[in-house]
Design a protein around this ligand. Sequence first.
Ligand SMILES: N[C@@H](CCC(=O)N[C@@H](CS)C(=O)NCC(=O)O)C(=O)O
Length: 232
Amino acid sequence: MADLSAFPITERWVPQDPTRLQLFSFPTPNGVKVSIALEEMGLPYEAHRVTLADDDVKSDAFLSLNPNNKIPAIIDPDGPDGPLGLWESGAILLYLTEKTGKLGGTTAADRARVTQWVMWQMGGLGPMLGQLGFYTKFAGKEIDDPRPREKYAEEGRRLLSVLSTALGRRDWIAGDFSIADIAIVPWLNALNFYGTKDLVGWDDHPNLQAYFDRFMARDGVQAGLDVPPRNG
Ligand SMILES: N[C@@H](CCC(=O)N[C@@H](CS)C(=O)NCC(=O)O)C(=O)O
């Protein structure tokens, strides 16, 4: 039986089956990347609901696993040198592909391209669309100065054009379906939540709508989209 007692987080969010991978998350674009990847890879896991409230992400229990106070984070009881705690969604996705040999690209060139697009999402698409959401839907919308909103809208438009051009008529962004798609599409979905589709010129890219629909039609994606349940 795996012993996860070295992880203080497990005192508050208690594993039912410590032999399973433990996911600490909330169904945001960054959170669902990991639940979707776990579903698509067929890895058994247990999901713990850690909300974005300070009581959760900034609690001592959560900080003991992720000092960066952000979901998602995991504990893999079956890590390479014993139980492994890990955070940052991109790092978790890359770790899971290495662990399972799945969804990371088959050839070395494919694997490099998958990593490239994961990095592109982590450093560009996610942060920029997230900032645009803040200045459009959340507290930033109260700010009169239009420049932050314009800046992030322009960058969002640029990033969508890059994605649309690179995707072209292909089904997936880096060869076969991969963690690169799992990293990217939840952020396209966030445009719906933030109400920012028009601002980033979504309708100029019909291939992105088709890409989005193709992704959403997958069983693993549907299974991972609301994990742990938002209203659990
Ligand atoms: N770069 C991080 C970002 C994670 C992130 O921004 N998580 C947000 C939810 S999507 C969060 O936990 N926010 C809580 C907070 O900042 O207090 C990753 O990809 O894992």
